[in-house]
Design a protein around this ligand. Structure first.
Ligand code: ADE
Length: 221
């Protein structure tokens, strides 16, 4: 998969050079290019924001630099995503579906948002990463890229994907590693038993318990 990120703050993305995403890039399963929207501004001072027509608080991103930045990378099969608190809430299912695409463009908004005509000129999906307002689209973009990349075929093993939270609408069961006793706290006996049937049963019960406690809404799905 190829990902283009368009942002006014390209230095914000160093996390994408770490861990699983780093390895996905090294394995050529993922290629990420970051462009500075400011480089596309035709204003002599490279200005990328302006006052909203009709008044109101704050500044808006001007349409010209964003439009040209998208034009410079868009192909016929590109999916364009604009992170926004007014978008559809991004889920595990969205991450899985989006991981099947060849090319995704993330357009990071800043200030109070972007001139709405952008959404008339391009087919853009808006996604929210939760019911709170962040200062820009950079963090949501990294969150979505992280969630999408780990679903790309070959990035993780099938087992780790099958047993994680949200599979079958359940949260993941608790996990333990050595030592078997730490500061008097013992690992549940069943996990040391070697009885795979009993372990699977215990994990299913714990998954259910976690889900009922923290996310009862998932149970009804
Ligand atoms: N931009 C600002 N807040 C956001 C949110 N919660 N989700 C996605 N994009 C955003």
């Amino acid at each position: 998969m190829k990902i283009n990120i368009l942002s006014l703050f390209p230095d914000a993305f160093s996390y994408l050079n770490e861990s699983i995403i780093k390895r996905a890039k090294e394995k050529n399963l993922l290629e990420i290019t970051i462009s500075n929207i400011r480089d596309f501004s035709k204003d002599k001072h490279k200005k990328c924001d302006d006052y909203p027509f009709g008044g109101g608080a704050g500044m808006l991103m001007s349409i010209q630099p964003v439009f040209d930045a998208i034009k410079s990378v868009k192909k016929r099969n590109s999916v364009i995503i604009f992170p926004s608190p007014s978008g559809k809430v991004f889920t595990h299912e969205d991450a899985k579906e989006l991981s099947l695409n060849k090319h995704i463009i993330f357009v990071c908004g800043h200030y109070e948002g972007v001139d709405e005509r952008l959404f008339e000129l391009f087919d853009i999906k808006k996604y929210s990463i939760g019911d709170y307002v962040l200062t820009g689209g950079e963090l949501p973009t990294m969150v979505m890229i992280d969630a999408i990349s780990r679903q790309i075929d070959g990035v993780l093993t099938k087992d780790s994907l099958n047993e994680e939270s949200f599979t079958d609408n359940l949260l993941e069961y608790p996990q333990y590693t050595r030592p078997a006793v730490f500061k008097g706290e013992k690992v549940p006996e069943v996990l040391l038993s070697g009885n795979h049937q009993e372990i699977a049963k215990w994990r299913k019960e714990k998954s259910l318990e976690q889900t009922i406690k923290n996310r009862p809404d998932l149970i009804n799905k």
